[in-house]
Write a protein that binds this ligand. Sequence first.
Ligand SMILES: Cc1ncc(COP(=O)(O)O)c(C=O)c1O
Length: 394
Amino acid sequence: MSATTNASTDLPGDPLRQLTLDQLRQRTSEKWRHYDPDVLPLWVAELDVHLAEPIAKAVTDAIAAGDTGYPSGTGYAVAVAAFAAERWHWTDLDRGRIRTVPDIMLGVVEMLKAVTGPGDAIVVNSPVYPPFHAFPVFNDRKVIEAPLGPDHRIDFAALAAAFELALGRGGKAAYLLCNPHNPTGTVHTRDELERVARLAADYGVRVVSDEAHGPLVAPGTVFVPYLTAEGAETGLALTSAAKGWNLPGLRGAVAIAGTAAVADLERMPEKMSSSISHLGSIAHAAAFREGGPWLDALLAGLEENRRLLADLLAERLPEVRYRPQPGTYLAWLDCRALGLGDDPAAVFLERGRVALNSGLPFGTGGKGHVRLNYGTSPEILAEAVERMAAAVRN
Ligand SMILES: Cc1ncc(COP(=O)(O)O)c(C=O)c1O
């Protein structure tokens, strides 16, 4: 039994409690190298975990065998379909509807290109993962915001208004849904997704659902893949193991077509599918195939951190508004009552030496907010809140 295993249950121990700050500071990834070494980084969506053992084995076996050529086979698609059937009760996901892509955002762009043309509009629910604003614009689309409601859920009146605006000048439109939602952690319900499907059908808007955080939903909450919602047949979706198992350094993702959207997926250039990293594809397949127990241990640790964060904020920074949500490992903190201006992250960084994401690039609703990544140890999380509190009291 390895040191990372919980002896009484034979399940992996909490992956968030296995690395010290000194060990993490040895890392060369963006989270740990972007800021000066005295800054505590709780920003970009990387997890402070070791690689799950089945993934490490699959990748090191491939390296030992010199298996570092071009990608081949359907291993990733098969693993995603099996995971979706087991975890999400998505039992009719035929692997013919799944294609690999180099990563989620490149897949998103390809799907948006499949259903819209240059000059067309893409609707997003701000505040949202900043590349949702940037990538469509790079590709000659314009972005129209349908801000989430104050409860961090889809505001259907705003969504309908955005669809109208998007289609107002003629042309096509797509809705880029974030399911679950980054940065708020909102997990959309089946009812909400079926309402999305109906509204999109009424307006003739195509839905592309980014499900990067699909595996990261708290125990007791149900993640509903958009394509399993009634009426979602013309939708397209993207998922990957990058967020759930911390694999951004081993890139890969899959695009999935609704039953009535297979032709759109087939229009994607073959080169896009074959540009996935072979090692990435091996790692992601291992995660979906054998990483379930590790993921469960992670989800239990994240649930504890979510509670810990709420308690620490209530105690040390009661002015900060945090509405814990069951998805992702990201907390969206409303800091407006602290009076730190539009960009409190800049103040926390300068005065507290703690790095959080500024809310500003997330679009409307981002002012006065920060995004905090609690995919770390409880000790680091506690130290971060301490630093934030010190920054405010200074
Ligand atoms: C909603 C969402 N989509 C996509 C990504 C990035 O995925 P990839 O690195 O595979 O493009 C992230 C990363 O945080 C994300 O939160």
